[in-house]
Design a protein around this ligand. Structure first.
Ligand code: ATP
Length: 776
């Protein structure tokens, strides 16, 4: 038994041992979770154990339970599946299996367990914990263990991490793995899209989801599918006609391809399965479409995790260790969840019970009940999807006197998802009876070329998956010619404005807001939808485009890290974009396991460089040649004027003295990404539509010039707002508030304090930058 003094000179205290396991179906991101748990456990001064092969390893013990060292999990962020194995274990469902599990934990001196799996795995964990004292008693009674052996372990603390590709756990917006799986599905549908277009075919795509239609719905939203079938939202009894009417309408408007997505558990209202082959028969029989079926199957589980899953798994893994260390014998077991952008703990059993209640609702045909138990956004996405595909539903139209002319403009550099946002805004407008207009090529397009076009459904339909900017973008601010901007706004009689873009878009909105006094044309509801890879817009913690960028960067970093495995020990200094915001560098650092991240906010100095080089030396010395992949330092392009990417690489080379080498790597515009990530696409849809709803809610007829001031939007500054995700909610914040010093650092063009800045210390802790206990 290893021991160390609890306090200098005090009595030796046993180190706490925390076990980690993955269970149930594998999901991308599980390795990131295990890495985070192992390293955080060690960083907090405890010992880490991995239980291999899920509950099977717990029941069998022996070599299935192994102590983990810091180095053991090196490189795990970029591996798919789960490296400690997973299984479905019948024995653990029965008491004798759990008895064996308890004995094995005690023999290994393990005090607490972190389990990453689906609702079944977490239920098993909860039963195990509740039975624990009783299991120990039995082990003593039957003589398997002595009382002294069980005494230090009277309480078992557990924490759950939800790892599952289905996103089927109630209480959390995303499970570890679901966005990777969605990415895989969308890639496949994007490929199918091209061939469907070429041959003017229909494709029925079957995706996973026995009780939960999240993957199917989100794939529908992000690929612009024509129709979706979900287990929790069975279609009306005449759905065949309904679907055919929608698809005929789309075809009638000139669409050449048809995509229908079916969740594997989809049924009609009487619980008769709706299979892909039946849907195919309907499409070919009734509409005479050349229809094919694609079943994606296990492809959806595969591959490396996307950037979001790596971050989510890492941050949740850290939270799980903290939850264990803070737990008392009385604390209910927590499950770590995420809501919008906020990671928190919830009582595990509550989440599991609600999840199981959802499945039970479906089984007894209470679909409304099942929908209620899903997360709020699920229902919203379904409504939005239906509104944008079923275009002429009279029930969905705005009242005649509230049909608006809405302008959409892109300002600043392109970012993944801006076309998806524009498409969603436009189609939603059309479904409501509004008229959407695109202002081409930003404000100069308006004032110099009067380049405005009304958008129709078929024009925007194919934009869902495209990168770049379909309507053109420009960074020029309206103040360049405010009078002309106002003149054109008056000419077109716009009732609302949606500006999509980054910091310039926000700046533009602020200028228009400030010009309201002088120009009545701007006394209309106006919103800025933050879209920039830098994620530096005040009023939100998330900009669309930043996820696409992170994925591009993560892929790039994985590739160069790999390239080093064949050569000598190598450090890459990777130059990240992001303007004066270190967001991208930091989040990419979390996702690839960077050794250090250099941001403009913190700058770079000699002391940091020196200690990082020292850390590199130790780290190369310690890895015993087991892992030859390269190491990464991520440097934001504007982190320091003096210590450029090249200078840092040169200093490292000089100091390394031949023990390792260094290279620079500059991904440049690759970071804008090609096809936008599904996360950017689905968030783009949701936020864009919320913006249009904001305009509906705040609409007041335009005042003619000369009318008495103080009416309409002039008196309501909050009608010029940035939409954002803050913590657990989506909010609009008026620019009159945001423009103030305490929110916006105008000189540095970024929010005064990014939420992500605290995450940098996690990157550092997990890379061992602050030192690794037991290795110093
Ligand atoms: P997925 O989302 O992939 O289905 P899951 O965790 O729900 O993941 P299950 O097969 O339901 O997958 O559970 C995994 C394992 O957890 C089971 O094989 C079993 O060992 C254990 N387990 C599940 N339910 C229980 C239970 N009620 N009691 C004890 N153990 C359980």
């Amino acid at each position: 038994e290893e021991s160390r003094p609890a306090t200098p000179g005090g009595t030796p205290k046993r180190k706490k041992r925390i076990g980690v396991m993955t269970s149930g179906g594998d999901a991308p991101g599980m390795n990131a979770a295990v890495r985070a748990v192992v390293r955080m456990t060690i960083a907090r001064g405890c010992e880490s154990y991995a239980i291999y092969e899920g509950y099977t390893g717990l029941v069998k013990g022996g070599n299935f339970i192994r102590k983990m060292s810091w180095e053991d999990v090196r490189g795990w962020l970029s591996e798919g599946g789960t490296l400690i194995g997973t299984a479905r274990c019948k024995e653990f469902r029965e008491r004798p299996g759990r008895l064996a599990g308890a004995k094995n934990l005690i023999l290994n001196g393990i005090d607490a367990l972190i389990i990453c799996g689906g609702d079944g795995s977490l239920t098993g964990a909860d039963i195990f914990r509740r039975e624990w004292p009783n299991l120990l008693e039995e082990l003593v009674k039957t003589g398997e263990l002595q009382r002294e052996q069980i005494e230090p372990y009277m309480h078992l603390n557990i924490a759950g991490l939800v790892g599952s590709i289905d996103n089927d756990m109630t209480g959390t917006d995303a499970t570890i793995g679901c966005y990777s799986s969605l990415t895989r599905i969308c890639q496949a549908v994007d490929y199918i899209d091209a061939t469907a277009y070429s041959h003017s075919r229909a494709f029925v795509v079957e995706v996973m989801g026995r009780h939960c239609g999240w993957l199917a719905l989100m794939a529908g939203v992000s690929t612009g599918a024509d129709f979706v079938f979900l287990p929790e939202k069975p279609p009306a009894s005449d759905w065949e006609d309904d679907m055919c009417a929608i698809i005929s309408k789309h075809r009638g408007m000139g669409k050449r391809k048809t995509i229908v997505i079916v969740a594997e558990g989809a049924t009609d209202a009487d619980l008769n399965p709706i299979t892909a082959s039946y849907v195919k028969d309907v499409l070919s029989g009734k509409l005479h479409l050349d229809t094919r079926i694609t079943t994606l199957g296990h492809v959806q589980r595969g591959g490396t995790a996307c950037a979001y899953d790596r971050m989510l798994a890492t941050l949740q893994g850290v939270e799980a260790v903290d939850a264990i260390l803070e737990a008392t014998p009385e604390t209910p077991s927590p499950v770590i969840v995420v809501n919008e952008n906020k990671i928190s703990r919830k009582p595990l059993m509550e989440a599991v019970e609600q999840t199981q209640a959802g499945a039970a609702c479906i089984a007894r045909k209470d679909f409304e009940g099942a929908m209620k138990l899903r997360d709020r956004e699920f229902e919203e996405y379904h409504r939005l999807f239906m509104a944008t595909t079923k275009l002429d539903d009279p029930l969905n139209k705005a009242p005649e006197d509230k049909r608006l002319k809405i302008a959409i403009i892109h300002v600043g550099a392109p970012a993944g998802g801006i076309n998806a946002a524009t498409r969603a805004a436009a189609t939603y407008c059309l479904s409501r009876g509004h008229r959407p207009f695109a202002i081409n090529n930003g404000f100069p397009g308006l004032v110099r070329h009067d380049s405005v076009r009304e958008l129709d459904w078929i024009t925007v339909d194919s934009w869902a998956i495209r990168g770049g900017s379909e309507i053109g973008t420009n960074r020029t601010l309206p103040s360049e010619d405010m009078g002309m901007v106002a003149w054109y706004f008056q000419k077109y009689k716009f009732d609302g404005l949606l500006i999509i873009g980054g910091f310039e878009a926000y700046h533009a909105l602020t200028e228009l807001y400030e010009a309201r006094e002088a120009y009545p044309a701007f006394r209309i509801p106006m919103t800025c939808l933050p879209a920039t890879i830098s994620n530096n817009v005040p009023g939100t913690e998330f900009s669309i485009g930043s996820d696409t960028c992170l994925n591009a960067l993560v892929e790039y970093c994985d590739a160069i890290k790999q390239s080093a495995s064949a050569s000598r020990r190598r450090v890459f200094v990777v130059e990240c974009q992001g303007g004066r915001s270190g967001y991208v560098a930091t989040m990419a650092g979390l996702s690839v396991g960077a050794l250090a991240v250099y941001t403009p906010e913190d700058g770079i100095n000699l002391t940091t460089l020196q200690s990082d080089i020292e850390h590199l030396r130790e780290s190369f010395a310690n890895d015993r040649g087991m892992n030859r992949a390269g190491k990464l330092i991520l440097r934001n392009e504007r982190a320091s004027k003096t210590y450029t990417t090249q200078v840092i690489a040169d200093i490292i080379r000089e100091e390394a003295n031949g023990r390792f080498e260094s290279r620079t790597a500059v991904p440049g515009h690759v970071q804008q990404g090609g096809t936008p990530s599904p996360m950017d696409r689905v968030r783009a849809v949701r936020l864009a539509i919320r913006c249009i709803q904001f305009m509906e809610d705040n609409y007041t007829p335009i005042q003619e010039e000369g009318q008495e001031a103080g009416k309409g939007c002039l008196d309501r500054p909050e009608t010029a707002a940035v939409i954002g995700i803050k913590g657990a909610s989506v909010v609009f914040t008026g620019v009159h508030e945001l423009r103030e010093k305490e929110h916006t650092d105008w000189e540095m063009r970024r929010p005064r304090r990014g939420f992500w800045r605290d995450l940098k210390s996690i990157v550092d802790t997990l890379s061992g930058r602050y030192g690794v206990p037991g290795q110093d």
